[in-house]
Design a protein around this ligand. Sequence first.
Ligand SMILES: O=C(O)[C@@H](O)[C@@H](O)[C@H](O)[C@H](O)CO
Length: 403
Amino acid sequence: MKIADVRVIVTCPGRNFVTLKITTESGLTGVGDATLNGRELAVASYLNDHVRGLLLGRDASQINDIWQYLYKGAYWRRGPVTMTAIAAVDTALWDIKGKAAGMPVYQLLGGKARDGVLVYGHANGATLDEAVAEVGRYLDRGYRAVRVQCGVPGLATTYGVGKDRDFYEPATAGPRPEEAVWATEKYLDFAPKLFDAVREAHGFGFHLLHDVHHRLTPIEAARLGRAAEPYRLFWLEDPISEELQEGFRLIRQHTVTPIAVGEVYNSIWDCHRLITEQLIDYIRTTVVHAGGITHLRRIFDLAALYHVKTGSHGATDLSPVCMAAALHLDISVPNFGIQEYMPHTPETDAVFPHSYRFEDGMLIPGDEPGLGVDIDEELAARYPYRQAYLPVNRLEDGTMHDW
Ligand SMILES: O=C(O)[C@@H](O)[C@@H](O)[C@H](O)[C@H](O)CO
């Protein structure tokens, strides 16, 4: 199973995606997502200029060795660019291994441990009434878990409230990021009112989630977690900036609201203390940014030992290739919690034909050999890369804040 070709495909069917495609001498192909929102070309270059030549001629079946070769071999370990590049290679090799075995990847991971993958959808509204109505729309569509985000009175823009109702996209095309404004006190006063209104209108028969997007200090997050307790959130996501693992201990001391974190972590070394000290309830690392199926499985296994469940990131900047890979892992691990799901636009779905499907609040991975996802290269070529950035965020006095 020698690797004969390695190609990096950059395409922008509405938003940028980087995809790695590996072909073996016998003609088997595998795909891996390599998208790093706002820094896409850095990963494309890493793969093209520093990884491609190392893979040609190597045995595609040696996934573990290739992973270590790229990780230890780089000397410079971890970090989003390196780990996204390694993830792309790893994912493509699992896809190939599945095709070579004639089995879906979840079979290679030990088989299905559940019927489907519980997902949460994104309800958001500029006003409280709109947000409450949006939650209802998701429940009507069969979602059993809904994340709610809402414009904060007195703030012009708020994280999670998109311009498009169905296809949330925070990155904007152009040479510079958009600038947003933030006021913690306004948000902290408003958020419990939002949870109250949602529960009042729709009851407690579904899971309610909320994302803080790294904007609070530990004590502020503790205050919000405590205020949210009557509304029984499934989780409070990214309450504080993710670098300070000790910060989560302080939150824990004050509230029983479950905590989820991890979309910006790239390795087990970023979250091992959070897991082993049981400072979080859900780990949100995902395939594309945390070293692929091989490494994510290690994180999930460690988490399982400490009763921490999975809750992988699944925003639209993670391509359908990442989603397919995540689903194979989600359906097979013992400690699965939930999977984030934001449907892609029809343009993106056409570029990445896939067999996973939404059914009754769950995603079901396809049963064909490999990951059940591909890239239509001809179509992809019609959408050239467009520079785009995630927003930056400032306090009302101009101080740079976490976005
Ligand atoms: O929970 C989430 O889905 C978010 O935090 C993401 O939308 C995040 O902002 C984007 O993936 C950034 O690219």
